[in-house]
Design a protein around this ligand. Structure first.
Ligand SMILES: [Zn+2]
Length: 1054
């Protein structure tokens, strides 16, 4: 029986108006209680997430506690939390969508032990509001009475603690019902979680920041910023074209002055604007923060301004920022914010002296975010002095019109400034990468594989899978030391004389059930993160390095694709997809496979699988394997040629793999000339990805996950074309085919770097390859420009990429559909898949940024504390790859460093190069033309720098307290750097880079050791805060990008 009630809601809008809303409200005899103690689970229909059975009490937060302390309630240590519908609605109405979404995600997340109880739909819990009763009072009363009902519903077996900030409620309800308690939040933490230090600190910090805000709002201040316009006005304005919607992007190098709004949604089509909109100055930004979705009003044309074209601090990566000096561009001001995309920010507290200079209001401290694009934040804390040597995480709470800076609160300490672990933790937080150790719940889902209890192929799987163990010679080719083998290959002759090519991929989805803890964690991470000296896995190692890994000599589950090829033309006749059992015969490393391919059989000594064999069978086995590698290479060449004809690009941006020695130290990077066998493996993987893409798209045209690579914008190629012209080359960018061909021929026989730099520029001009759902994109947009394929996806690395896990599930569903079987797998709808793609794309960008930033960290640590005037390593050869008005951008091949070198300094003096590796600053002027810049001193000496000139640079480190250190480059001669004995070749430079990481880590370890001995107490104290655990150095770095030439942040991973 349903009973109807009317509920009157008074909503306060952001502008302070009050809206009266009447809602019909149906009461039910039972709603899901989601408790394992429920006496009638069927009646309650508890079919969702249940509370844990292992708690001593349930905790029910009052509406105000949910509003103010949600961050603390998010601690996974807090268990048995019941969120009342009344409290959730209060959050929704008073805290807005963002906070409400956080709450909803928390409720959905299986890792958090909390549930929703829809108390207002429960007929015995629902309490009408009394005449004259304040909303707040009614909410608290409602929650308390529901808590009492819940207690009795669970047959008085589980005590309930209602946590409220309402002192009157504590007095009134505290002892009203046996077994239902009412206490304050602070009291609750003190009594139940005395050891959860981080939660206590966060709670104090939130409390203090709230008190300060309250007292402040009573003071009257002058307004610093105009009010934001009401949402209705903004929406109407966007519709009519008066306002423009977009994402605020602050220019890192001129954060105080320049921000751009990148047009979004309908605005990009309707406004007639092609460029971004400039937001000049922080006033015009009107409290919006980098990343926010803002609404902009254009200023009249006579107020438009131009962007700055001069070289700035460490300015080496901006796309297309070298040209168009200060031409006025559309300029506007922010009139409202549609979505605040605030995150956790790493900040540095001011030093003691600076605190003193901040003066009277010593409790409110201005802290400086590590990210230049984020404004300073005011933090209320008494710990400022204790925090001054640490990297600290804070959150922003509000930004009032009366305040120059936003207000925030302290969250936690990461580590000491300049300390490797603290700086790495900073990089992780800044990229929103969370890599806590895998949870116990997740580990419980893992299959067992121990010497006493070895994992075995199950009879059931044996029946359902195609068994390739005795019919197929399967083997893997990977970098030396690789543990997580995603992919294996096979090739054989069929009885009809045709060939059969096989690609066999780790069957990760057999072990990872949809929506299991492992699945959710993997989805959240989305990828394995590779930093310069470590990696963070997407899956626990029992899967990634063991049961999923297609190691040699053991039975493994795989998902296979088998193609039947014509014996001579290699034309594909048939294809089969399905689950298999394989036993890889050889786990080869690239160099060994290449040697075999080249007919150098001495390498057999290095292949352990051959060692065990007797001479006679060894010969036969060897011949078999050599035939297979040769055949594969032949097929791959054929497939590659076909793609080349369509214009596949070879860019400077392919993965470089790291070799590890027995102790997991980086031994070497793959040599400068890629081996053909790399291409063989890559081509087979591309083929598999392509065929899977076609298959899942055919089966699920509106909900398949594919990967697109949009064609680049022609205007981004202008710098590439100009640079090539300087060397007399013509780059034809009309199509991927012409681009590929003209890049191939743009080769300076005297300087191989020219071609590499041009390819790197082409990479920079490219768009990023992205995952997308086929339901949200027209078919002609599916195209993969770089690979010249109409459809592409990622299928071959499910151990390391979540996209591949989604694709495996799609493929399995497609096969069962073919067999007219019921599709049991939970497939994502187009809308959900779109959301997941956005998340994965975002995480991939974060992974690339983190990798780049960690490498820069190591580079700085390598050069820090060296005397650049005396140390040999600080002087190196560099190539000029871009000309700016006050300097040049230089690439240093030896260390893979890109950076700016000034030709004019801050005092307006210009560079003058002497005969012996020395330069001076003198009065004079700079003259820049298309491909060169000339510095002329007042005395008449002049020096000219051309594009692609080799120069000698001195490398030093600019230490910054609040931000990451940066490399500084200084040109000391306009001539190439001559090393005393040898010329520099690419290979030695790569070797040096791995040495660099090694050396920095070693010295960090030594320093750490000394520190530990010296002040152990301090060390312990801060270890407690330290987020990353264990310095597992040189963990498998199986896949790292070459940092020498590609700027990882902008390159397009194929
Ligand atoms: Zn129940």
């Amino acid at each position: 029986m349903l009973q109807k009630r009317e509920k009157v809601l008074l909503l306060r809008t952001f502008q302070g108006r009050t809206l009266r809303i009447v809602r019909e409200h149906y009461l039910r005899p039972s709603v899901a209680c989601n408790s394992p103690l429920c006496p009638q689970p069927a009646a309650c229909r508890n079919d969702g997430k249940l509370l844990s059975a292992e708690v001593t009490h349930y905790m029910i937060p009052d509406w105000k506690v949910v509003q103010d302390y949600l961050e603390v309630l998010e601690f996974p240590e807090l268990k048995g939390i019941i969120f009342m519908q009344t409290a959730c609605q209060a959050v929704q109405h008073q805290r807005g969508r963002r906070q409400y979404n956080k709450l909803r995600n928390l409720l959905k997340d299986a890792r958090h032990d909390c549930v929703l109880f829809a108390n207002e739909f429960q007929q015995h819990c629902y309490l009408p509001r009394e005449k004259g009763e304040a909303m707040e009072k009614w909410q608290t009363r409602s929650i308390y009475s529901s808590a009492v009902w819940y207690y009795h519903h669970c047959e008085d077996r589980m005590p309930i603690v209602m946590v409220t900030e309402d002192e009157e409620a504590i007095r009134q309800y505290g002892s009203e019902t046996e077994g239902v308690f009412a206490i304050s939040f602070k009291n609750y933490l003190d009594n139940f979680w005395p050891d959860l230090k981080a939660a206590h600190e966060l709670c104090d910090s939130i409390l203090q920041s709230r008190r300060e805000r309250e007292s402040e709002s009573q003071e009257t201040h002058g307004k610093e910023y105009p009010e934001h316009l009401p949402l209705e006005v903004l929406e109407a304005g966007i519709k009519s074209g008066r306002y423009i919607q977009g994402i605020l992007n602050v220019n890192k190098h001129r954060a105080q002055i320049e921000a751009f709004v990148r047009l979004q949604g309908a605005s990009s089509k309707d406004s007639g604007l092609v460029s971004d909109i400039l937001i000049h100055g922080t006033k015009a930004r009107n409290r919006s923060i980098h990343g926010d979705v803002v609404v902009v009003e254009l200023l009249p044309k006579n107020e438009w301004k131009g962007r700055t074209a001069a070289l700035c601090e460490n300015d080496s990566e901006d796309k297309a920022s070298g040209e168009s000096p200060s031409e006025p561009m559309p300029t506007g001001r922010v009139v409202g914010i549609l979505q605040k995309n605030w995150r956790d920010y790493v900040v540095t507290f001011p030093s003691k002296e600076e605190v003193q200079s901040q003066g009277k209001n010593a409790q409110k401290i201005l802290v400086t975010p590590w990210d230049y694009r984020i404004p300073k934040i005011r933090i209320s804390t008494q710990q400022a002095e204790a925090l001054q040597d640490f990297r600290v995480v804070v959150r922003i709470d509000t930004w009032e019109t009366t305040s120059v800076y936003p207000n925030g609160h302290f969250v936690r300490v990461l580590g000491r400034i300049g300390d490797l672990e603290g700086e790495i933790a900073t990089i992780l937080v800044e990229n929103s990468i969370s890599v806590a150790p895998f949870s116990e719940a997740q580990m419980c889902e893992m299959p067992v594989n121990t010497p006493e209890n070895p994992w075995k192929v199950s009879p059931k799987e044996e029946q359902e899978r195609k068994d390739l163990r005795n019919t197929h010679l399967v083997f893997s080719i990977d970098p030396k030391g690789c543990e997580d083998v995603d992919d294996t290959l096979s090739v054989r002759t069929l009885s009809n004389g045709n060939l059969e090519l096989g690609v066999h991929i780790a069957d990760v989805t057999h072990f990872v059930a949809p929506n299991s803890y492992t699945d959710i964690e993997a989805r959240t991470r989305a990828t394995t993160y590779y930093l310069a000296d470590r990696r963070y896995d997407m899956l626990p190692s029992v899967l990634s390095a063991d049961l999923c890994s297609l190691l040699g000599g053991v039975d493994r589950y795989a998902v296979s694709i088998l193609w039947e090829l014509d014996k001579t033309s290699y034309e594909i006749k048939k294809v089969w997809y399905g689950r298999t059992i394989i036993r890889s015969a050889y786990k080869l490393f690239y160099e060994a496979a290449q040697e075999l391919l080249d007919g150098n059989f001495d390498i057999v000594e290095d292949i352990p699988e051959f060692k065990a064999l007797e001479e006679q069978s060894r010969q036969a086995k060897l011949e078999e394997l050599v035939w297979a590698i040769g055949k594969l290479t032949d097929i791959a060449r054929h497939v590659r040629t076909k793609r080349d004809r369509c214009g596949a690009l070879e860019l400077e941006g392919v993965e470089v793999r790291v070799q590890l020695d027995d102790k997991k130290n980086i031994h070497d990077l793959i040599p400068k000339q890629p081996l053909e066998v790399h291409e063989t493996v890559a081509e087979c993987m591309i083929l598999a990805n392509h065929w899977v893409a076609k298959k899942i798209w055919e089966s699920f045209p509106h909900q398949a996950l594919l990967r697109q690579h949009p064609p680049p914008h022609q205007e981004f190629f202008s710098e590439l074309r100009e640079c090539a012209k300087a060397k007399g080359f013509f780059i034809d960018t009309r199509s991927n085919k012409t681009l590929a061909d003209s890049l191939d021929s743009a080769n300076d026989p005297n300087d191989p770097l020219v071609n590499k730099l041009l390819r790197s520029m082409a990479t920079q001009a490219m768009s990023n390859a992205l995952y997308f759902s086929t339901g949200s994109c027209a078919e002609q947009e599916f195209h993969h420009y770089g690979l010249a394929l109409d459809k592409y996806t990622h299928f071959t690395s499910p151990i390391r990429r979540y996209s591949d896990i989604v694709v495996h599930r799609l493929l399995m569903a497609a096969i069962s559909k073919d067999k007219k079987m019921e599709i049991k797998e939970n497939l994502f709808s187009n809308k959900d898949l779109e959301e997941i793609c956005r998340h994965i794309n975002n995480r991939n960008r974060a992974a690339q940024r983190a990798q780049k930033q960690s490498t820069e960290l190591f580079q700085c640590m390598y050069f820090k504390d060296r005397d650049p005037d005396t140390e040999e390593r600080c002087v190196a050869d560099g190539v000029i790859y871009s000309i700016r008005t006050n300097g040049v951008l230089v690439f240093i091949p030896r260390f893979g460093i890109k950076g700016a070198a000034y030709l004019k300094n801050k005092d307006g003096l210009v560079i003058s190069c002497g005969p012996e590796n020395s330069s001076e600053w003198k009065a004079g002027s700079l003259h820049r033309s298309q491909n060169k810049v000339t510095s002329t001193t007042a005395g008449g000496q002049s020096v000219t720098f051309h594009l692609f000139d080799h120069v000698t640079v001195r490398i030093s480190v600019q230490a910054l307290r609040c931000h990451s250190d940066t490399i500084r480059l200084e040109i000391i001669s306009n001539k190439p750097y001559m090393t005393p004995n040898t010329e520099l070749c690419h290979q030695s430079s790569l070797l040096l880079k791995s040495e660099l990481v090694k050396e920095v880590t070693r010295s960090v370890e030594e320093a750490q050791l000394a520190q530990e001995v010296k002040d152990k107490v301090l060390q312990e104290e801060y270890q407690e805060y330290c987020q990353t655990k264990g310095r597992s150095l040189y963990m498998l770095l199986e896949e790292i990008r070459d940092l020498a030439l590609l700027d990882v942040s902008d390159s397009c991973a194929m």
